[in-house]
Design a protein around this ligand. Structure first.
Ligand code: SAM
Length: 205
């Protein structure tokens, strides 16, 4: 069953800076993206980007080929309103990452913070990997942050599948090579600490 009603309700009823995943600055994402895609013409998609400020920061860095995809139209509307005029330079896609008809090899970078971990079913994870494989160009990169194995068991009240670099590698398969991984402690607006596992994978040529 789709979780779209859940997410629409969250974004319609809660302030964007009050949700557990809120971060005033997308520091880890931005640093990892800049390491692997320093050229500002890189085509990037933020999967389940929601109302994240990552897109604001990437626009400010000069990146000009940005797509934000999310199940929730309310989330995308909040981000668009916040960004104002510059939002017109971004492609906003209200869609389910598992269903969306991505163009083949469209992106250099596939970014996901706290979305893949909602896929608690192995079939969904396989579908996600197929979508990613299709949408990334050969040599493109995945930048992904999930709750770590010792992170929380729920996110936004929904159960999650926690991950390590090894479990992500298993899910993505041999077409993706692990480039680096790191841990991050995210402090929620309610001052709870959440352990994230961040990985960068490169799609083989
Ligand atoms: C925990 S929030 C993280 C939002 C954002 N990535 C951030 O770091 O601020 C999860 C986001 O994933 C979106 N989402 C959940 N399942 C999705 C799916 N199957 N396809 C697209 N977006 C999805 C939700 O609407 C929500 O915006």
């Amino acid at each position: 069953m789709s979780t779209k009603p859940h997410w629409e309700h969250v974004y319609q009823t809660r302030a964007t800076d009050a949700v557990g995943w809120y971060q005033p600055e997308a520091r880890t994402s931005r640093a990892l993206i800049q390491e692997i895609a320093p050229g500002t013409d890189a085509a990037m998609v933020d999967i389940g980007g929601g109302a994240s400020v990552l897109v604001d920061e990437l626009l400010a860095e000069g990146y000009r080929n940005l797509t934000v995809l999310d199940l929730s139209g309310a989330a995308l509307e909040k981000a668009r309103e916040r960004i104002g005029e510059r939002a017109a330079a971004v492609v906003w896609q209200e869609a389910d990452v598992l269903e969306y008809a991505f163009q083949e090899a469209a992106f250099d970078v596939w970014h996901d913070r706290a979305v893949f971990h909602f896929l608690t079913d192995a079939d969904q994870r396989a579908q996600y990997a197929t979508q990613m494989q299709h949408a990334l160009r050969p040599g493109g990169h995945v930048v992904i942050g999930t709750f770590a194995l010792d992170g929380p068991e729920k996110c936004s009240g929904l159960p999650v599948q926690r991950h390590s670099p090894e479990t992500l590698q298993d899910a993505f398969g041999p077409d993706f090579a692990l480039v680096k991984s790191q841990r991050e402690i995210h402090v929620t607006p309610g001052e709870t600490e959440q352990l994230f596992n961040w990985c960068v994978f490169r799609k083989n040529d």
